[in-house]
Design a protein around this ligand. Structure first.
Ligand code: SF4
Length: 154
């Protein structure tokens, strides 16, 4: 991963949007739980950042994954391409670099598109009411595909 240039590094992101969801931490155990509440910059219909270029200025605690910091982010979803490659695992067949089609992320059930709500648009309820398990899991179909490994070139 250290050898990747900036464009290659960006291309490794599958655009799932799972890292853009707010998380809650159990004060006693340190356990993290994903919510379906998204960063205010996330376009919830596409699962992509609506202002990627300026995200760091607009959301100061926006995540900056780099080859030097990836080891710190063990809370990233198990499907995250950066996490997978950091752990020496192959990209799954739905990853755009393998499938050649960004839409495969949504088809595989990895994208957060149309499954989450922006923090500014959420009903006035405690955040604990928005906890969901799926961002921390592999969808069943994707799990099977990942076990098979990347698609072979035809
Ligand atoms: S979870 Fe990983 S692959 Fe998905 S959008 Fe975030 S950085 Fe990209």
């Amino acid at each position: 991963m250290d050898a990747l240039g900036p464009e290659e590094w960006e291309a490794l992101c599958d655009g799932c949007g799972r890292c853009c969801l707010h998380k809650l931490e159990d004060e006693d155990t340190g356990e993290l739980a994903f919510t379906r509440l998204a960063c205010r910059l996330l376009d919830c219909s596409t699962g992509r950042c609506s202002d990627y270029t300026h995200r760091a200025e607009r959301v100061p605690d926006c995540l900056r994954v780099t080859a030097q910091t990836i080891a710190e982010y063990d809370w990233l979803p198990p499907t995250c391409a950066y996490r997978l490659r950091h752990l020496g695992q192959p990209l799954p067949e739905w990853h755009p670099l393998i499938s050649g089609d960004p839409a495969s992320v949504r088809v595989a059930g990895i994208s957060v598109a149309d499954r989450v709500v922006g923090e500014d648009d959420a009903p006035d309820l405690p955040w604990i009411d928005f906890i969901v398990d799926w961002p921390g899991q592999w969808p069943p179909a994707a799990r099977v595909a990942a076990r098979r490994g990347p698609a072979k070139p035809s």
